[in-house]
Every structure is written in structure tokens, then in C-alpha cells.
Design a protein around this ligand. Sequence first.
Ligand SMILES: *Cc1c(COP(=O)(O)O)cnc(C)c1O
Length: 496
Amino acid sequence: MDPSLQSTRDSQIYNEGLIFERSMAGRVAFSLPDDDRDLSTSIDSSLIRPADDLHLPEVGELDVIRHFTRLSTWNYNIDMNLYPLGSCTMKYNPRINEEIAALPGFTSIHPDLPEKYNQPLLEVLYKTQDLLCKLTDMDGATLQPAAGAHGELAGLYMIYAAMEKRGEKRDTILIPDSAHGTNPASCTLAGFKVKQVKSREDGLLDVEDIRASLDSSIAGLMITNPSTLGIFEQNIRVIADMLHENGSLLYMDGANYNAIIGNTSLKEMGVDISHLNLHKTFSTPHGGGGPGAAAVVVSGEMVDFLPDPVVDRRDDGSFCWKRPEHTIGRMKAGPGHSGIALRALSYMLTWGNQIHEVAEHSVLNANLVRHLLKDDYQIASDQDTMHEAVFSDASFKKSGFTTLDVAKSLIDYGYHPPTVFFPLNVSGAMMIEPTETESPERIRHFTQVMKDIKKRMDAGDQTLKDSPVRAFATRVDEVRAARNPVLNHFKRESGK
Ligand SMILES: *Cc1c(COP(=O)(O)O)cnc(C)c1O
């Protein structure tokens, strides 16, 4: 079959070109009646750009509509199917939170209005801060950071500021090898040195190894909890006490808070600073490059170091901006992504005191995946998992297949691949996070597909190596794509 004749209805197969490739000289999407048309008489000619300079596609209106409608169906999304991308919490976000965020009273208010006119938005931000503090059992919060990694940076600046205020020069942060990749990157960006601590065979931290690493250069420890292996760090309190005794602080990466929400107290764990990804746990659809947001929650003395400003409530009940005493300054212009805070508030209020069920279902679902796949794929750790299940390539490596073959094959069955080759301490890792919003039936379907792929690998089915074959882009040369990216259509045309 000539691929250019394939059905336009099979959106996974139909290859939609660039809109520039549809361009026909002189074709336009919109025209005005002749008598209205001559704008050049009313616009100073020096302001009119030569039309042939623009490199715009010349297409009809219907071409535009079809092009973008088709492209929109290419985007794998949670409304279409389970999205098992580990550590990303690609869960369904209830529409009600979108409805609330779209209320005209909120969409048309500017966060920088004078306080007097801005009370409704300040109230939203205050209540979001307040509920996040209650949920984590912490003392203060900021909603300024634009994403999880930006929250980490804010937290590390706060650690730096706290050390500076104490008059101490501590320049090193300890990071376990089971941490999310952004953790060491944020440390480096904040000007800290990173010292790695190893996790044990069972995925937990080696308390003695940490004890041995503590000295007067250690500003803090940054731990992802639950870790990228999906494991809750059982010794976190012991570790926190050790750190505090050494004058160091504990930063907990809480991006995976959906695993423990409503069931835990960060204060009891001894955490000083933590960030929560509002776009993962607290209902903001993500994955398409839209805005995210992180809240950073802090305890005790760290409240005074929060970014400027936070929202406070006056004795008369009105809301106001407040500058924390030893603030690290602004992380961002404005109060952060207030629309995301609004979704988070709506999410927390619609769950109310049942919100612990989110965690219970996320853990249940991940363990269902683990249980259903354990005879086919090698589980990375014997510990019970929280929100995600990590498998290694041990059960199929010998047959000549790789984790990439499994991931690419999933596309042919209509599933997005899981996170692969991460965490780094697991050979050929596959990190599957089903999230709390999937039904057991959907999870069973997904695991049956995984089992089928395993069966085909066992049988030496070499067609898996060519997968995906049912997608418009088949197996791409990832090395060439990374080393030799051609990102500009006109360069591609001219071969440069
Ligand atoms: C997603 C994630 C991050 C980074 O969050 P971004 O919003 O993508 O910057 C950090 N840590 C963990 C554990 C995560 O899962």
C-alpha cells in the first residue's frame, strides 16, 4: 500500500506533514470584500513589512483546521488511555477543577491588583497555602515556584540563607542514588557541591553510610521520598535526627506526594523543607508543556526564609502580602501560577477529609501492577512499593531484547511507554506509575499487554525490534536525532 494513501481516520498512522508543506503560493485563509481591502492607503508605507519576507504558509482556512485537528489527535493523553510514565503522575484530573479555574471572576483578575481589590485571589492563595500546610503538617508555604525543580531551587536557596544567617560555611548536599535527577541538578545550580550516598540492595538508605558522611561541610540531605524506586524511606526520622544533630537540614522531594497524602506528617518525619508538585498530585493536567507549579512547605525557623511575598491574614480577617523576615527574595514575578493554585484548592476541597484515599488507591494500583507482572518481569526491589513499580531487564536481557524494545512495542498496542532506563541504579529500568485514577480492569489490560510482549520476547519474535510499526513515526534513530537535530524546516529544505 502506498503510505500516502492511508486512511486519514487512523490518526496514529496518518502522517500529517508540516503546514508549510501544504502551502500554495497565493492561497489565503481569509479575505475581505474588495472595497475594504486597501489598507496600504491608511498605513504609513514605512511600517508595512514586505510580504515575501515572512515565510508564512499560504493555506486555506480548512487546511488550517484539518492540520491542527489531526495534530491534536496525535498527542497521547490521559483522556485517551492509561499513561504509565513513572515519576510523572499522569493521572486524570477531574473536570470540576478546570471549571472552577475558568470562572470569569478568576480569569479576569490580575494578581498584581492593589490588595484592596484583590481580596478574592489573595484568599484563594492563602487558603491553598494553609491547606497544604495542614496536609503536610508544616508551618509555612510558598506557591511561587513555577515547577518542581524550581521549588527545589527555592528550597536550596533557603538552606543556603539559613547557613549564612548562622554564620556557617557549609557547601555540600548529600543526595542518595535513588533521587530524582533534578535533585543534583538543582544543587549545582544553587551553588552546592553534591556528594552521593548509596542506597542499599533493598532500596532503603544506608543509615551508617550517611552517619559517616556527616561533617561540618554538610548543609543538608536531599531525599526523594517515596524514592524513584517507589519506596518509602522507613528510616527518615532517624536520618533527620542525625542531620539536625550535625547542624544540617533535611530537604524532602515530595513530588510524589500522591503516594502518602493524607496519611503522613512531614514534621514527624523531621523534614525542614519539601516541595509538592501541584501539577502532579493536585490536579493540573500536564505533559503538554503547559504551566505547572510547586508549593514549597517549610517548618520551624525556615518560615522566615520563604520567598517574598507570601500571603498572610490580618487580625480583621482581610488578606495581605507579607515579606518574610529573612526572605531569599523573589523566585518569580507575581505570586506564581495562581490558576494552578486555584485548581489545587478546588481539588483539596472536593476531596475534603477523604483525601487519604488518593494515596491508598495510588499505592494499591502500583502494587497491583507489581503483583500481576512479577512472574514475567524482574521486580527491582523486594520492598513493598508505594505509587510506582520498578522492573529491571533481568528477565529478558538474555534473549537479546532491551527495555527500549518493550517500551516501543507498547506503542503498537496503544499504550504510552513507561519511564525507561531510570532510576540509574536498576539495569534497564522500567518505572511504571499507573496512578490512583485507573480502574483495576484497565490495569489488567495493560499488564496483559506487557505479558504478551514478554511472551513474544521469549519466543524470539524479532519483529519487536522494529516496533512501533503502527505509529506514524516508527523506530527513530535516537542517537542521530540527539547529535544531529534539524529543527528548522527551511534549513531542511535547503539541506543546510
Ligand atoms: C517530577 C519530579 C520532579 C521535577 O518536577 P518538575 O515539575 O518536572 O520540575 C522532581 N522530583 C520528582 C521526584 C519528580 O517526580
